[in-house]
Design a protein around this ligand. Structure first.
Ligand code: ADP
Length: 219
């Protein structure tokens, strides 16, 4: 509610300008708009990677805009999975170990089973021991999606997840997101690609740090 995020570089840039938005559980939201309109800033604030200068942010009745850094990290790990345009996998590290990473500090014997389960769900069981430079772009993004899924996130935040992929591979990744959404995960995705909007249940258009259009799929 009334979120502002400003950058002071001589003049003040209003990356988010008094923006209010409610996202419901189970939505698949696409955020579009010209470069520099504030899409990534919004996604970073939603994912508790960044904090607004002012405004209120609530997740399931809990105020989260005033958390300490440590609380924010805890909340982030419990609620969100992130998928980026450039995959952001650890190099020289296998599929298995990249996906295990978010679980490293979790106790219990179920870690191995969970890691194999999410890798299977993205169709990469035969590439468990491959490192990123031995995988195609689409396969690397699948590893990144498995890593995002391993903590059973309620919300997946994806910033241009198909931006580095060819059209066909991009659509395969979107089919995977569709499956994840149908299984009950909320998805918020920034995209430049209008062809992908058919996957979303809601399309939000931004301009100059504000929402100028908000369209829900007709039932
Ligand atoms: P988009 O994702 O829509 O391309 P961004 O959220 O990345 O837009 O950026 C919104 C505005 O905030 C732009 O004017 C951008 O230059 C500015 N901005 C983003 N990050 C920073 C930063 N770290 N320092 C200064 N300005 C920034």
């Amino acid at each position: 509610t009334n979120i502002r995020r400003e950058y002071k570089l001589g003049e003040t840039i209003h990356a988010l300008d008094d923006l209010s938005l409610t996202i419901e559980k189970g939505e698949f939201v696409a955020i579009i708009g010209p470069s520099g309109c504030g899409k990534s800033t919004l996604l970073n604030i939603l994912g508790l990677l960044d904090v607004p200068n002012s405004g209120e942010y609530t997740i399931e009745d809990k105020r989260v805009d005033d958390l300490s850094k440590k609380q924010r990290a805890q909340f982030r790990n419990g609620v969100f999975g992130f998928v980026f345009q450039s995959f952001n996998l650890l190099p020289r590290t296998t599929t298995y170990d990249n996906v295990m990473l978010p679980l490293k500090y979790r106790r219990g014997d179920h870690r191995d089973g969970k890691v194999r389960e999410v890798i299977a769900s993205v169709g990469l069981t035969d590439r468990l021991k491959s490192k990123p430079n031995q995988l195609s772009g689409g396969q690397q993004q699948r590893v990144a999606i498995a890593r995002a899924l391993v903590n059973d996130p309620k919300i997946i935040l994806a910033d241009e997840p198909t931006g580095n992929l060819d059209t066909k591979t991009g659509l395969e990744i979107m089919e995977l997101f569709k499956k994840i959404h149908e299984a009950g995960t909320t998805i918020v995705m920034v995209t430049h690609n209008n062809e992908l909007l058919t996957y979303a249940t809601r399309v939000i258009t931004m301009k100059d740090g504000q929402i100028i259009k908000d369209e829900r799929e007709k039932a």
